[in-house]
Design a protein around this ligand. Structure first.
Ligand SMILES: [Zn+2]
Length: 178
């Protein structure tokens, strides 16, 4: 098979330069040229915009399986990125957004410190008790939203989860003082 990478086209001998160019090439070819703003137009006249929750869970689980080292952290950070892209301006807007995406039904149970309960979480609701909180992506989305709303860094901890014996997720929000 012909290899059309930049490295081969330029026939570079210096190893370091080769490596640098290879990384740049990988970046170029691995980047999906679709942004979050572009995923909202859905043309599915028969199936509509909703997909099965099982598929959502399968996508996240498959990613964890294949992302390798630090997979859960990567999933969390992907969630932060997505949360930021939502551009919500208030906690009410964030709750509305969460519900309209059917990620779950959030409820603000405390304002200071911020504590949010999420019922019917798309990822964990109904999962067996595995003894730990598992909603890394959702925690990331909340973090991204809240950092945008509060205009400061926060640490969000999932203190309760359906995969930890509860029937809702609980997220506690701590400001990071820098
Ligand atoms: Zn959970």
């Amino acid at each position: 098979m012909t290899d059309f990478t930049i490295v081969n086209l330029f026939n570079i001998n210096n190893f370091k330069e080769k490596e640098k160019l290879q990384n740049a090439t990988n970046k170029l070819f691995n980047k999906l040229p679709i942004d979050f703003e572009e995923i909202c137009d859905i043309n599915r006249p028969i199936l509509g915009r909703c997909v099965d929750t099982v598929l959502y869970r399968a996508v996240l689980l498959s990613l964890v399986k294949y992302l390798g080292f630090n997979a859960l952290s990567k999933l969390y950070h992907a969630g932060v990125d997505f949360g930021k892209s939502l551009g919500v301006k208030s906690i009410d807007e964030m709750i509305e957004c969460f519900e309209s995406l059917r990620m779950g039904i959030p409820e603000l149970v405390s304002k200071d410190p911020i504590k949010i309960h999420v019922y019917e979480c798309a990822f964990c609701s109904g999962l067996p008790n595995v003894g730990k909180s598992v909603c890394y992506f959702e925690r990331g989305v909340l973090t991204g939203c809240l950092e945008g709303i509060l205009n400061k860094k926060v640490k969000v901890v999932e203190s309760k989860c359906c995969a930890n014996g509860y029937d809702y997720c609980e997220f506690k929000v701590y400001p990071i003082n820098k």
